[in-house]
Design a protein around this ligand. Sequence first.
Ligand code: CP3
Length: 349
Amino acid sequence: MNDVFLKACRGEAVPYTPVWIMRQAGRYLKQYQKIRKKVDFLTLCKTPELAAEVTIQPIDALGVDAAILFSDILIPVEAMGVKLEFFDKRGPVLNPPVRDDISVRNLSVPEPGKELNFVLETIKILRIELKGRVPLIGFSGAPFTTATYMIEGGTSKNFLHTKRMIFQSPDIYSALMEKVTETVTAYLKAQINAGAQAVQLFDTWGGIFSPQDFKKHALHYVIKVIKNLGEWQRTERNDPVPVIYFVGACSGLLEEIKTCGADVIGIDWRINIDDAVKRLGNKFSVQGNLDPCALFLPKEKIEKRVKDILERASGARGHIFNLGHGVFPETPVENIIAMVDMVHRLSRR
Ligand code: CP3
């Protein structure tokens, strides 16, 4: 098996720096668009054979070192009982939003083997179809980022409803977060049991907080998830899978993030990765951190930036090359292929 990615997660010696791309399955690929013409996004997520097919598309097209399950962070939210719809160009809409005591009480904590079984089926198909070519990453939204979609009813700019709930109705917020945390924990355990070989927690919106508020209202719940996963893996499994924690706009929060308990920390592009490594210390591997928009540069300029990141990350315990956030649908595929090749070529030891 190509286990370079898993080795880098654990900080073991690797022959080259592994690379994958956040949102690597998606609209920038013609092969993906062809399938999406026939089915809507949620149907795609819920049809294991198709979800497995689009998960493998970027492995064939780009030569990346890991596959990430095709799904969405809002899939478990729907299973908690919130109505979810996706509209082209508008993104997800959750209706009605969760803003009061009663709506929190009405939420359920889904049993992954029942309400989310299509995800577990997708993972099982993928482990067979990947045949060890690359490891499979499972994922979940981190509790806070997941909760913002429930409270805002979709994507947001200022997160006013979320912060207002946190500051004016802390009891409602913590009741909601307990349910979301329980859901995320059970969901990740089920993904690992089904065959996920690493898991990533996406805290896309963590960067909207001051460090103190981040710690109390977002990180606290992530620590709970990772601690629970760790204890469970130590007692019930003999091959613990690495946990990756990604926080968007993390640069003001690294001293807090350091306490999360993950194996790998995802770094966005707003900070030099060597600065992040210095502040995190050598207990972690790092993942990142090319600006997704740098893929619109001419190839020789992309190469300069790839080289710079590889050099800056060379002091880390381990490095997994990635973008600092998801790839844009408009990105030229040939530039992504070239970038993957650059990472492999320039980092070969
Ligand atoms: O990385 C991968 O390739 C795996 C699949 C994946 C998707 N979403 C597929 C998707 C993953 C890991 C996600 C995570 C996700 N989803 C996050 C966290 C990571 C991040 O990018 O910050 C968030 C915040 C979401 C919520 C979400 N899903 C939004 C806001 C949108 C609309 C915006 C957009 O990109 O269209 C989605 C839709 C979505 N999720 C698509 C895909 C491929 C596009 C759907 C389509 O085909 O039209």
